[in-house]
Design a protein around this ligand. Sequence first.
Ligand SMILES: *Cc1c(COP(=O)(O)O)cnc(C)c1O
Length: 364
Amino acid sequence: MEKRVYSFAPGPAVLPLPVIEEVQRDMLCLPGAGASILEISHRSKTFSRIIDQTEANLRKLLSIPDNYRVLFMQGGAFLQFAMVAMNLLRGSGKPADYIVTGTWSTKAIKEAKTQGTANVAWDGKPDNFKRFPKQNDLNLDADPAYVYMCSNETIQGVQYQTEPATGGAPLICDSSSDILCRPMPIEKFGLVFACAQKNAGPAGVTIVIVRDDLLQRSADDLPSLLSYKTVAENKSLLNTPPTLAIYVVKLVTDWLLGEIGGLEKMAEINRHKAKLLYDVIDASDGFYQGHAELDSRSIMNVPFRLSNTDLDAPFLAQSAERDLCDLKGHRSVGGCRASIYNAMPVEGVQLLADFMREFREKNK
Ligand SMILES: *Cc1c(COP(=O)(O)O)cnc(C)c1O
């Protein structure tokens, strides 16, 4: 077997090793099914059990209230940018408010504007997207169709700490890069969506958690696959769902419930991993510079710069020699970024922290 490295890739990203091993074991024959997950009908009993169990696991992990539906969709988080607006903004006669905290919420508002009026309730761009706004920074409409936020800006490494108050309007959240990293009060949101390939599984499936009453806002003239209402009525089986991806999300959520022991535990581990890196950055006398302000720092994505940019290339080359891979920052932010999702083991982060300290000693 080729050796596995520590992948700090932003997504598709590292998966838990026990999950990959189980996928490998099941790939010839899913127990009791006589065939692999790739070869069975999405209408089979075996797959029905898998999709039901995946939903049950998500409900348990996130304490999803009974009046919320869990949908498994395709088109990535990117399609949700448009779908949210198609279903909840178009025809509402109201504007929507967007909290723009980085690259992903910027893309989301652009898509929403194809469907209706989308206002900027706060714009982090003049500040180079370094923080999540405080409540009194927000300029909210008196009666918006919804308020939109991204809980973790994957590129800028900015994560919210307290969900904004919306005065009763549904709060919509793109949780693509931090779903399942800690407990989340679903009841405070109208709709939460997350593509799986950052923190919940492989590429190909997007999880949507939506409050029942919002389904009634989907107009009847929407194409079926673009209507939350129709997708929910058909239990995400209107057409062939991404069966393999859903199966892997089941295994990831089994791992969270079993080996990890739930999201409180996962959050503790994630906070510990993030602190290992932020401590090195903070003790480096400016050799390393974090991107986000302290109280907005993400525990999932840690973007940082080397104050001497001539050292970027040797940093990336030497870290890769130690199997610490995919640390290059996004082209829009530059520098480096360590994505340390749930599945990144503490050892991997510890090795990176040690390497960063040594590299500074040699090059400061
Ligand atoms: C990756 C990501 C997206 C885009 O996801 P796709 O599945 O590629 O469409 C959207 N939002 C956030 C926060 C992301 O991290």
